[in-house]
Each structure stands twice: as C-alpha cells, then as structure tokens.
Design a binder for this molecule. Structure first.
Ligand code: ADP
Ligand code: MG
Length: 490
C-alpha cells in the first residue's frame, strides 16, 4: 500500500453527502442513486443521486424560472462580478477541486489542481469580462427613414453535457460562456465523474448566483443525458463526448429543433519532419499522446515520423515511456499518470493494443494492463503501424501511441487528412514556410506547430468534419450561446 494524500476536511464533509441533485438552489433526491467507482482501486468511491426524466424536468423548470426572473434582471456588470467571484472561489478551492477530480477521474492530484482547476478559474475570469462587451450593430439599411439595429440575446435554457476526462474543466468550458451570454443552465456531468460539478453548483450559490441559474443533474447518459437532449424546454445543448453519442444528441434535438454544439472525438496526426528540433519534438510528441493518459480528444494519436529520424525518435519515446510513473491519483508521492477511467475503458484500450499487434504492429513499450488493482494500463508505444489498421483509424482514448513513418510531405499530408475526424493536428519543423503551408492544408480545427495541447480561454477551439460543430472559447463561444435579433424602427 502506498501512502495517500489525506482528504481535506471540506472534501470529507462534501463526500459524506448526501450527494444530491442541485436544482433551483435546493438539494433534491434523485430517482434512486448510482455508484461511483474509484478507478485507482476499482472499489466503491461514493453514491450519488441519479437524475431521470422527472428530475431533468424539474431542473429545466428551475432554469426557466431563473431565466425569466432574477438572472435576466441583472445588469451586465452584475453578471461579470458573479463570474469573476466564481473564478476566485475556484482558485481558492483549487485543492478541493484537485482532490475531487483526482478521486473520481483518477488523474494525479497535482495535475487536477494545477491544470484542471487553475484553467477552469481562468476560463471563468476570461468570460467574466464578456457580459459588457456583447454588442449588436446599427445596420445601414437602404429603406429610407428606418433605424435597423441588432441585439445579441441569450438562447435561454442550455443543457450542458460533459465528459469524464476533464470533469471540472470541460464543464467550465461550457458554463462560463453560457452564463456570460446570459443563459441559465442544466449541467449533466459524466456518470463516472460527478463530484466537481456538484461542488461547483454549491460554489456558485456561495458566489451569489441566483437560485436556478446553474443546476446540476448527475446521472446516466441514456437517462438524464437523453432526457436533457430531447427536452422541449431546453433551447440549446452543448455537448462534449464521443462522436457516436454526438449523433444521438442531434437526433434527440430534432423534436424542438434546439441549437446544438458538439465537441467530439479525434484521431490527431502529429508530424515530425526531418528538420525538427528533436530535443523538443520527442518529449512534445510523447506528451501529445500521454498527457491525461491519452484520454483527450486532441491526443496526438498518430505520430508520423520522417524515415530519416524514425529510429532516433522511437528510441527517445521508448526511453520516456520507461521513465513514466503510473499510480493512484491521490498517491502521496505523486505519479505522472493515473489509471484509465473504468474497467470497460481498460478492456477497450488493451483490446486495441492486442488488435494492433495481431494486425502486424510491434509493441516496443508497455503492452497491457498494469497490476491487478485499479484500471491501470502501461504506457504503450506501437511501431510498424499502417494507416489502415484499426489502431490508426479509431479513437483509442488511452495511453497508446501509434508511430508511423513517412518520406514525402505531400504523402504525409494526405495520410494525415485521411480520417473522418478533424479536431487537431500538429507538426514539428524549423522551416517556417513548411509550417505555414501545412497549417493551411491540414484539415483540423486546431493546429499546433512545435508545441501540443495548448488551449486558451481566448482562442477558439472545436472540430472540423466529424469532430463536431461550433467553436468553444473566445468570442466564438459567446456566439455559440447567443442569438441575434434584428430590430426595425420606423
Ligand atoms: P463515453 O462512452 O466514453 O462515456 P460519451 O460520449 O458516451 O463517452 O459520454 C459523454 C457524456 O455524454 C456523458 O455525460 C454521458 O453520460 C453522456 N451521454 C451518453 N449517452 C448519451 C445520450 N444518449 N444522450 C445524452 N447524453 C449521453
Ligand atoms: Mg458512451
């Protein structure tokens, strides 16, 4: 048994519960409860209220009341102050959020605190500045004696459905722009990771948000999630998750033609050219995949290495993989990576490793489950990967890096773009012209050149092709949660 970080007394008190629904400023029982598993041990972590159709109804009604009442009555300045105050509280409670995300997601506590919580606070701070800057326009229409102007209005009630890979941060990506634009929200966290969302709902009340502005309905995708996506009282759904589930959400949205934005899967190509600075490119390509244990939609999953440097890069990657420490999210000595999220995900990931090897790939690091307790997978590097193997085409969402080799720039570009996904892509080169050309020709919503994984609340993020539609972050995210009204005055 390795030592674990002691729980903060506030985390202990929070976990003692009841971990009930947060609706209209109240704590309500669900339609039964569900168990949350600790991925670091495989054991029971806690029991959380389970929202079904009826509870989603209540949450949507609470959000509508707040939207028709207290929330829309606030000035832009008052909304700014609340968002800023919430950002400050997230920073103050970064350790609490760090522990909650480390417990149910399994990621290292220090990462959950310094990345997930810190970036969530920044996100709210960035969007805190927006309410007073959401401007319409006066339009020079050709009709004489008419004033025409636009108003940018909130959509109304937004259903936000979040994934488990960055429990707090992915919720923050949606909540901050939705609230800044003047909407009220019902947030459904992933069933694997409901804790930080529930705590955030409490913090929003502490910050002074009116009751009903931010409601949280933990539960299953096929129950609470499906009910939210289909609900006639929901004006917009913001979703991050798998492409398969994204399709279901679009189908469910058809009843009332609610607005939908989707941030879905990916299979990002990361290209290392012969002229790359390998001191940076090798660790860069390594962490492009192994960051967050490969459980990122932007993971640099297909690593294309120029044949002239292939062996050197591979050797570097194997060396880095050998040095990684993997262990429980709350381990006192701190690990680089935690477990994958669930037993099912562990089976999926190790299944992909086996499928790659059976299709002819060579496993040069890792290769399967680590230990017998918890859902740990050894950081795995597969080489001799061909473009048509399943491991090169399908999103694995785990610590498995596929290394491919190339000779020609046009050829690697075509191979990189030969995917249904288009969330992110990247390259490593010291040639500025090549960098700019590739950035234009790669079909993905984000391109990283000589870096990977960087995001900022101010910079738009989202997918091309089947990686989704809409851009989160920056001014695009305000547009995503707003609608334009054209006013004619005679
Ligand atoms: P995974 O299968 O890896 O858990 P999903 O895309 O299914 O990824 O999950 C992302 C989020 O979508 C979670 O909050 C999940 O509960 C939710 N979800 C899953 N299925 C549905 C559905 N049919 N309708 C709405 N939300 C769903
Ligand atoms: Mg699913």
């Amino acid at each position: 048994m390795t030592a674990t970080i002691p729980l903060l007394s506030s985390v202990e008190a929070f976990l003692a519960g009841p971990l009930s629904l947060r609706i209209g400023g109240h704590r309500l029982d669900g339609d039964g409860e569900f168990d949350v598993v600790d991925p670091s041990t495989g054991g029971h972590l806690c029991t959380v209220a389970r929202a079904g159709e009826r509870e989603v109804d209540l949450a949507v009604a609470a959000a509508r009341r707040a939207f028709d009442g207290a929330w829309s009555a606030l000035t832009a300045d008052e909304r700014s102050k609340l968002l800023w105050r919430l950002a400050e509280l997230i920073d103050e409670r970064a350790e609490v959020f760090g522990q909650l995300d480390a417990l149910d997601n399994g990621k290292p506590f220090a990462v959950a605190r310094d990345v997930d919580a810190a970036y969530s606070a920044r996100h709210f701070r960035y969007f805190a500045g927006w309410p007073s800057k959401i401007e319409g326009a006066t339009i020079p229409v050709s009709e004489p004696d008419r004033l025409n102007y636009t108003k940018i209005e909130p959509v109304g009630v937004c259903g936000l459905i979040a994934p488990w890979n960055y429990p707090l941060l992915m919720a923050a990506w949606k909540l901050a722009p939705a609230l800044a634009a003047g909407n009220c929200v019902v947030l459904k966290p992933a069933e694997q990771t409901p804790l930080s969302a529930l705590y955030l709902a409490d913090l929003a009340l502490e910050a002074g948000f009116p009751e009903g502005v931010l409601n949280v309905v933990p539960g299953f995708g096929t129950e609470a999630g499906a009910a939210l996506a289909a609900h006639p009282g929901v004006d917009k759904v913001g979703f991050t998750g798998s492409t398969a589930t994204g399709r279901r959400i679009v189908e469910a949205s058809m009843g009332n033609l609610k607005k939908v934005s989707l941030e879905l899967g990916g299979k990002a190509a990361n290209i290392v050219f012969a002229d790359a600075d390998l001191e940076k490119a090798i660790p860069g390509a390594f962490w492009a995949l192994f960051g967050n244990n490969g459980q990122s939609c932007t993971a640099g999953a297909r690593l294309y290495v120029h044949s002239s440097i292939h062996d050197r890069v591979l050797e570097g990657l194997i060396g880095l993989a050998a040095k990684l420490s993997v262990g429980p999210g709350m381990a006192a000595d701190g690990h680089d990576l935690g477990p994958v999220i669930s037993e099912r995900q562990m089976r999926t990931v190790t299944g992909y490793i086996d499928s790659g090897v059976s299709e002819g790939a060579e496993c040069v690091a890792g290769g399967g489950r680590l230990g017998k307790e918890g859902f740990f997978v050894a950081p795995t590097v597969l080489t001799n990967v061909a473009d048509d193997m399943r491991i090169a085409r399908e999103e694995i969402f785990g610590p498995v890096l596929c290394v491919l080799s190339f000779d020609d720039e046009d050829d690697v570009l075509a191979r990189a773009n030969d995917t249904d996904y288009g969330l992110a892509a990247g390259l490593w080169t010291q040639d500025v012209t090549r960098a700019r050309t590739m950035a234009s020709r790669l079909k993905a919503g984000t391109i990283w050149i000589n870096c990977w994984g960087e995001t900022d609340a101010a910079s738009p993020f989202g997918g091309m092709k089947q990686s989704g539609y809409g851009r989160e972050m920056g001014k695009d995210a305000i547009a995503l949660y707003s609608q334009t009204k054209s006013v004619w005055l005679a």
